[in-house]
Write a protein that binds this ligand. Sequence first.
Ligand SMILES: [Zn+2]
Ligand SMILES: [Zn+2]
Length: 277
Amino acid sequence: MFKIHFLGVRGSTPCCNQNVVQYGGHTSCVFFEFDQKIFIIDAGSGIISANAKFNPEIHKTTHLFLSHVHLDHVMGLPFYFPFWNKEHKINIYSGTTKEYNGIQNTLEHLFSPPVFPIPMKAFPAKKTYIDFDAKEQFQFASLTVKTINLNHPNGAIGYRFESDNHSFCYISDHEHDDSYDIDSLIEFIKDTDLLIYDSTYDDLTLHKYKGWGHSTWQEAVRLGEKAKVKHIGIFHHDPSNTDIQLDKLQESVLQEHSNVTFLKQDSCFCIIDQEFK
Ligand SMILES: [Zn+2]
Ligand SMILES: [Zn+2]
């Protein structure tokens, strides 16, 4: 059953200073194991922490699901060691790159000289590139992966992972506005155990960032209530948000909403116990 590890919880850019020690500075990456396979959502700089969880004796396959290919969600990709293991299979799933000639072309273009010294084509792992359209589903034994379009510049995909009557959803990066069919998102996340949600901004300041493609913790709470979500994980923190600010927010939000957690890097959520560790 799912044990979901948060390896990077920031958005936009990694950050590293004395004010962000508790919540961490790595960009988006979420990790879990299922049926001896590794599942990773987004390859932000946090993916380097997945290396310590990789055991080549056990893990023969990684399924990497990308929400989209903005830099903060792919920058760590070449630093995931299994890419350098010729026995390892890595399937990369993308729902936003068909119109850019596909995910293989996009990543091979990005990770090539002079930006990266070794062309991605030469990474030894057995790579498979899968371009899909939102609403397509994937099945891995008893695990179902569902997909939905989000509202973000150049597009983004939300995911729902389900198995044995448990589920969690990953909704990042996403801006809530009137142009988006909110009812379909509510239906998509309905009754999930954990909603991981892009909360880069808050309701008071969101107007300054209209069109940037991000949402707020207040919207996470509203959505969570409408969709009867059990737990809400506040994610994709703005790199300028300090530990003190995030702690204060956590404290005040908890007074009214006991199921809301501002996610910290290197924490995890265990679906069986229904708690963060
Ligand atoms: Zn992002
Ligand atoms: Zn983005």
